[in-house]
Every structure is written in structure tokens, then in C-alpha cells.
Ligand binder design. Structure first.
Ligand code: IPM
Ligand code: MG
Length: 362
């Protein structure tokens, strides 16, 4: 088994380092190889996703990814910006199924901007289609770009597009995930305005007939955005397109109060996957040793479960994280009065210690 480790930019290197220490504690036998990606790769090789990095990712069973991006690259031509690295990895590895759980940890209820009763016990799974939609439809403005912008352009457009197989396969992923949970799927669209999403809705409905045990409902994206803050617990599995999923998953993550806690997985048809925290590179706090490594550590757990077939090891990481929270340790992003503030490294130490202790005491 081989893991490609791509820490990236900003806090990426700090948080990935802690996840690696946690993986090392588990004494599993896999090979890990690190490569540059994002702004870091641009600085060194002139491209955010160098050939060698892509090759390493392709030949690995899983990719552990930190984060990419920094405002200082906003002036670069679009194809050279750090974000292109993650888009390129998704497309080249065919990582069409993005799992973004939004879970409210019991101890962090107070960190949410919503009232505790609205989010206590919240456990939503957003399944975002990741390689289609307007993200990958032909853009027009690109031809006249100067320094990544379009001076004097009269118009610009990107094309929203989905094919039947693309919608079918993500719908199957959602229905199958729902079977392991509460057997409910909400498909989010904008069928009242966009043809692409009427098509999406029709195809999801057809696929749903193969899953008579799963309840399917449909919701327009604007209403879904509203319901997420009004009554988030009404949702269980949410399946949607690339762009709506981008927006709704940030919304759902933030309302748990725990965006620094939330992992994500992006899988292709052969369960090869890329695992990354749901948050970004946070250049404003990079290098200070205060970032929360738990989302990345939990992403490593997802990696063990989904791509490396090590479910027990994944359980050990997850229970170690819970015990560390129960002890009252908090990084700055989830800190509240009465808890103990720790830095990135100390949080990693605590998870490592919790795993080691469990190993010794059984
Ligand atoms: C995400 C991010 C990316 C996206 C960016 C960095 C390209 O926001 O993973 O949600 O828009 O998909
Ligand atoms: Mg996003």
C-alpha cells in the first residue's frame, strides 16, 4: 500500500505533519512519499501540479492532502493558481464522489453560531459530485486573460453541464451511503431554472427506483441553504452537483462549529481516494503552530477505512480524537471558556498519546 502525502500551502504542512505522526503510531505497513503541490510546487517547479506529483498520486492507493492557496497567487494566470492543483488531481484521478460529513461533536455544541438545540447531535453527509458541472465546462474568458483577469472583456462564461453517466454514478453512491445510515436522500438542484438540474433531478429519480428502501426527496438549492440554518437536523444524506455542493458543504461545516474538525474523502470508481480536511490553507495563521490538525487526522482515518482497508485502525484514530476532546483539549478555533487551549503539535501529541495508551491497556 502506498500513500502520496501532499501537504501543500499555508497550514497544510503543519496539520499534515501531525496526521503522519498519528499514522506512524499505528505501526501499519505502508509506504509514504511526500511531494509538492499548490503554491509550494509553483514556487519550486513553476506549476501547481507538477508531472511528478501527479504521477505519484496516480500510482498511490491514496493521497493525503493538506490544503492549497494563498492570496499572493491571485494575480497569476488561472491555470497556474494553487487551486488548479486540487482540480487537476480530482479530474486526473477521476475522483467524482466527494464525501463531506458535517457532524456536530457533543463537546463543541457551544462553538456553533446556531442555537445548541438546533445542532446537538447533527450528523449530515453531503455527497458532492466533484468532476463535472460548471467547474469543468468550457470557459470562454480564459482566451483573453491577462494576469488572470479579463480587462476590457465584454463577456465571460462557463458552461454548466452533466451527462447521464455522471449523474447516475453519484446517485448510486448517495443511495448506497443512505442504506448504511437513515435511508433518506435529499437531492439538491435548481430544476426550476436550470435545464441541467431538471435533468439531474430526473436521472436521480430514475436511479432512486432501484432503491425502493431509500426515501428520496428533492429540494431547490436556495431552499436547502435556508433549511440548513433553520432545521439542519432534517437532513441526512444530501447529494448535489459540484458547485452547489461546494457552497452547501461550507455552510453545513460551519454551522457545526467545528470546521477545523471535519474531514473529507474524494473517491473514484476503484476506491482510490484523496483525503483532505474540509477547511482551507488559512494563510493568516500559517506558521504559528495554532491550526487545528484534527480534520486532517480524521481524514487519515477515513483514508484507512475507505482506501486502505484498515477499519480497526480508523476506529482507533477516531476514538483517540474523541477522548482528547473529552479531556478538554482545544485548539484556538474550537476553544471556549473552561477548556484547555493547545497548539497544533500538542494536539497531535495528545492524539498519539491516546492511541498509544489504548494499545498498551488494550
Ligand atoms: C473545496 C474548495 C475548492 C473547490 C477550491 C480550492 C478549488 O473550495 O474543495 O471546496 O471549489 O472545490
Ligand atoms: Mg469549497
Amino acid at each position: 500500500m502506498k500513500i502520496a502525502v501532499l501537504p501543500g500551502d499555508g497550514i497544510g504542512t503543519e496539520i499534515v505533519a501531525e496526521a503522519i505522526r498519528v499514522l506512524d503510531t499505528l505501526d501499519l505497513s505502508f509506504e509514504m512519499e511526500t511531494a509538492l503541490v499548490g503554491g509550494a510546487a509553483y514556487e519550486a517547479h513553476g506549476h501547481p501540479l507538477p508531472e511528478a506529483t501527479l504521477k505519484l498520486a496516480k500510482e498511490s492507493d491514496a493521497v493525503l492532502f493538506g490544503a492549497v492557496g494563498d492570496w499572493k497567487y491571485d494575480k497569476l494566470e488561472r491555470s497556474l493558481r494553487p487551486e488548479q492543483a486540487i482540480l487537476g488531481l480530482r479530474k486526473n484521478l477521476g475522483l467524482f464522489a466527494n464525501f463531506r460529513p458535517a457532524i456536530c461533536y457533543e463537546q463543541l455544541v457551544g462553538a456553533s453560531s446556531l442555537k445548541p438545540e438546533l445542532i446537538a447531535g447533527l450528523d449530515i453527509l453531503i455527497i458532492r459530485e466533484l468532476t463535472g458541472d460548471i467547474y469543468f465546462g468550457a470557459p470562454r474568458g480564459r482566451r483573453t486573460a491577462v494576469d488572470g483577469h479579463f480587462p476590457g472583456a465584454e463577456e465571460a462564461f462557463d458552461t454548466m453541464r452533466y451527462s447521464r453517466p455522471e449523474v447516475e454514478r453519484i446517485a448510486h453512491v448517495a443511495f448506497q451511503a443512505a442504506r448504511k445510515r437513515s435511508k433518506r436522500v435529499t437531492s439538491v438542484d435548481k430544476a426550476n431554472v436550470l435545464e441541467t438540474f431538471q435533468f439531474w433531478k430526473d436521472v436521480v429519480t430514475e436511479v432512486g427506483k432501484e432503491y425502493p428502501d431509500v426515501e428520496l426527496d428533492h429540494m431547490y438549492v436556495d431552499n436547502a441553504a435556508m433549511q440548513l440554518v433553520k432545521a439542519p437536523k432534517k437532513f441526512d444524506v444530501v447529494v448535489t452537483g459540484n458547485m452547489f455542493g461546494d457552497i452547501l458543504s461550507d455552510e453545513a461545516a460551519m454551522l457545526t462549529g467545528s470546521i477545523g474538525m471535519l474531514p473529507s474523502a474524494s473517491l473514484n470508481a476503484s476506491n482510490q481516494g484523496l483525503y483532505e480536511p474540509s477547511h482551507g490553507s488559512a494563510p493568516d495563521i500559517a506558521g504559528q503552530g495554532i491550526a487545528n490538525p484534527l480534520a486532517t487526522i480524521l481524514s487519515a482515518a477515513m483514508m484507512l477505512r475507505f482506501s486502505l482497508n484498515q477499519p480497526e485502525a480508523a476506529d482507533r484514530i477516531e476514538s483517540a480524537v474523541k477522548s482528547v476532546l473529552a479531556r478538554g483539549l482545544r485548539t484556538a478555533d474550537i476553544w471556549s471558556a473552561g477548556t484547555t487551549k493547545v497548539g497544533t503539535r500538542e494536539m497531535g501529541d495528545a492524539v498519539v498519546a491516546a492511541i498509544t495508551k489504548k494499545t498498551i491497556t488494550g
